[in-house]
Design a protein around this ligand. Sequence first.
Ligand code: TMP
Length: 251
Amino acid sequence: MPKRGAFIVVEGLDRSGKTTQTSRLYDRLSQSGTPVKLYKFPDRTTATGKMIDSYLRSQSELDDRAIHLLFSANRWEAACSMIKELETGTTIICDRYAFSGIAFSAAKALPPPSSSSLSSPDTNSTNPSKSISTSTLSYEWCRAPDTGLPAPDLVIFLDVSEAVAQARGGYGQERYEKADMQRRVRAVFQRIAIEFPPVDVGRRAQGELEGGLRWINIDAGQDMDKVGADIWNCVEALVGGVGTPLGRLWS
Ligand code: TMP
């Protein structure tokens, strides 16, 4: 059976350097002759993406569940093409995926991180004027709409401390770019990571990375080239393609 392309997701908080690192990884793979495609979610060019963009820029208001489902729909719109590309040998690099979906939505239902508990009811919605409680934004509820999407072979989480993120120029103007929200998002990302078997950056034999989703944390506070080298160290084993069938999320 010919090998399929590898599916690699890069996740992280705002200011973690995801976009820089995904485009550098894309360039490196293309230059090495690997068929590769770069995706970024949300894809703001589609109909759902335009609604998401308007919400993120605070030009429109939406119920927390409605925006969560739009983010998921935005991925489902791309799923068929992604599957075809992977199965015909193209490697996919993806800047954010369903893990951001869970992290940013479930974070809305968390109390301030100092007293955080992922099962606590919401008291801090990003939109307190809404009449419907956001307590239904549980971790499980947030995970459900992405069930069945193609599962990545590898998730690289670019971990950056609040101090480093702020030193990089502070957060921008978009809805979630606030220190308190980012702290909660980080807590949910940590909750997601514990679902997957840990892999050391140094342990990168292909057999170890194949056959199920792996999650790797990389210190994104390091020099940009060192972060790129750590990423390459993880990805290199998957460059020749993957011999196991493409999985589906949460199954
Ligand atoms: P970006 O800055 O990488 O374009 O991402 C846009 C924002 O959308 C960012 O704050 C993370 C957030 N987000 C979600 O809330 N849910 C999702 O499913 C995704 C992909 C991103």
